[in-house]
Design a protein around this ligand. Structure first.
Ligand code: FES
Length: 148
């Protein structure tokens, strides 16, 4: 009888495959489903908790379906010091949703994130892969209207 392999003894290559697999699932399906997490854990010989942990650690991965356009407003210190809260409040007001929520029509999801690498343009946000910087509350409506 073969010895049962411990989940934590997965070959290094398998752990390296994990992030690639969840990123691919996110890109194709718009989220990493519970079913995908279980299947991936099984196929890579990893604990479900590890796959779930990786999926929920990265702000660019989501276990729930997101809107067609995902807004990620930076909440890190440089943006905070440039009044990122006013940007967050204005996006909430325009869309009628809170961070972590999606509009009823599925057009937008709002997320808060750590630095997106645009500190020189603080306060900044991403919409999908596009950076919007030097934000003011007045710019928010026009920016959001450009996304269908
Ligand atoms: S701190 Fe906001 S983009 Fe870097």
């Amino acid at each position: 009888m073969a010895a049962k392999r411990k989940a934590t003894s997965a070959p290094v290559g398998r752990r390296e495959d994990l992030l690639v697999k969840v990123e691919e699932a996110q890109r194709k399906a718009g989220c990493v489903s519970e079913g995908f997490i279980f299947e991936t854990a099984q196929s890579l010989g990893l604990p479900v908790s590890e796959v779930y942990g990786v999926t929920t650690f990265y702000s660019f991965l989501s276990v729930k379906p997101l809107g067609r356009n995902v807004i990620r407003v930076c909440k890190s210190v440089p943006c905070y010091l440039k009044h990122a809260e006013m940007i967050i409040e204005n996006v909430q007001k325009v869309l009628g949703i809170l961070p972590g929520e999606t509009t009823v029509d599925g057009r937008f999801s709002l997320e808060l994130t750590n630095c997106i690498g645009a500190c020189d343009q603080a306060p900044a946000m991403l919409i999908n892969d596009e950076v919007h910087g030097h934000l003011t509350p007045e710019k928010i409506g026009e920016i959001l209207r450009s996304y269908k």
